[in-house]
Design a protein around this ligand. Structure first.
Ligand code: MD3
Ligand code: FE
Length: 203
């Protein structure tokens, strides 16, 4: 099912469900090489969400700022490769939403546990805002906040469940967004957590 959210954003409910077993296996392999860590914001705050990356570029934050880097600062090595199942799923979702030939070079993997949140922000560290962003939700549900171009615009609340995929592009690409603190819950395959995959063309 394809649900338009607003101009430029569509929710594909359950789109990732047929791939869930291979996605989870791929995530385990990535996390074994590049464990989840809590990044520090440029302002010195520790992010509650655990993060890691796969692909040629990974998103990181530290006292110096936000940026993409080919090297995992914790290991000094390149980020784990982007699994084929990630690339294919992101490409198919983008195509379904009207963005042909989306080839992401970065996958940010966010892990949320009960109480973890992501405050309202814009994604603007990428080179080309003409490229869409694809996000895949796995595990316990979350309420996604979808705001406007101004930080003060009142956000829409969008519930996202295991297997839901959202494609954001065009006029939605620079809208503010965030995730409300997660309620404690349990998911049969992921236990007490939510994992979100965010696919971007960063470089
Ligand atoms: C809407 N992650 O990592 S993905 C992020 O659930 C991030 O972990 C959230 O926001 C998460 O930056 C939400 C959905 C998302 C990603 C990028 C967007 C929504 C977006 C860019 C523009 C508008
Ligand atoms: Fe974001």
């Amino acid at each position: 099912r394809t649900e338009p959210l607003c101009d430029g954003a569509v929710v594909l409910r359950g789109f990732a469900l047929p791939e869930q077993a291979s996605l989870l296996q791929a995530i385990d392999a990535i996390v074994a090489q590049a464990p989840f860590r809590h990044l520090i914001t440029p302002g010195g705050r520790r992010m509650s969400v655990g993060m890691t990356n796969a692909g040629p570029l990974g998103w990181i934050s530290d006292r110096q700022g936000y940026r993409y880097d080919a090297i995992d600062p914790d290991s000094g090595r390149r980020w784990p490769a982007m699994p084929e199942v990630f690339l294919r799923l992101a490409g198919r979702a983008a195509a379904q939403a009207g963005f042909a030939d989306f080839v992401p070079d970065a996958c940010l993997i966010n892990r949320y546990r009960a109480g973890d949140r992501l405050s309202l922000h814009q994604d603007r560290d990428e080179r080309d805002f003409g490229q869409p962003i694809v996000s895949v939700s796995l595990g316990i549900p979350a309420i996604f906040l979808f705001g406007g171009l101004q930080r003060a615009d009142r956000p829409l609340r969008v519930p996202l469940a295991h297997g839901d995929v959202v494609v954001w592009g065009g006029p939605a690409r620079l809208r503010h967004h965030g995730v409300l603190p997660l309620k404690p819950d349990h998911h049969a395959a992921l236990g007490e957590c939510r994992i979100n995959l965010t696919f971007r063309r960063a470089g």
